[in-house]
Design a protein around this ligand. Sequence first.
Ligand code: NAP
Length: 254
Amino acid sequence: MTTLFDLSGRMAAVTGANTGIGQAIAVALAEAGADVALIGRTPAEDTAAAVRAAGRRALLVPADLSQAGIAGDVVSAVLAGLGGLDILVNNAGIIRRADSVDFTEADWDAVMDTNLKSLFFLCQAAGRHMLARDDAPRGKIINIASLLSFQGGIRVPSYTAAKHGVAGLTKILANEWAGRGINVNAIAPGYIATNNTEALRADPARNDAILARIPQGRWGRPQDIAGAAVFLSSPASDYIDGHVLTVDGGWMAR
Ligand code: NAP
């Protein structure tokens, strides 16, 4: 590991790390040298084992991120368990699919609460801790956005609204905190094979249409996102702020 990408001695927290993209990011951060808190509603035992196998500490922090008012307690639990927090990855997210004409208020609220509201208040709680330090290396916050931070998509109105919101929050927080020692950036994954996209991959017509548009011609793997997360967590990205980095096999270029 070169110094540019070395996370030795850093303490990270990843939400939704029991599976999918969050799991791949948590393990990659550990392999780059970070201790990792795994925040989520399903205990991330397998991820914790992989973090420990990489020689780093893993901390399980139980939290249902759809609940209001818990961000401060979640960050306090990370600080108490790891002894610090240098890197926050807001990855947890859900999706609800229905035609906009039929979309329910319950599906609107569920997605907005988990994907946007909780993300903002976790940024705020972590930011309060990071801003209060004057001796540490820069804090890093990475929000997981989406291609639907740029595009409209179909049948996912609350998800598109939330992910556009994630891009906007990433920029406003970068504007406020870039000069105060915190880099805030986002990753916009393309089409990645996880639970989140199971319904799309099970629909032959949608699956073929999606693959036909991806220049690499394949679905992404969770591990495809991990390198970007290590980069945005490391000193290699110290002069990058408010950026939404697509990792999409070329989708946005087409
Ligand atoms: P996933 O496999 O469904 O994982 C989602 C994670 O979020 C799980 O760990 C899940 O925990 C957690 N989560 C959901 N609701 C939660 C809650 N209320 N409290 C705590 N944790 C909660 O999906 P993924 O594809 O890896 O998605 C990760 C992120 O990437 C999401 O923000 C998603 O929008 C984004 N993304 C994915 C794709 C893609 O193609 N897959 C593309 C663009 C963006 P449980 O297992 O307990 O539900």
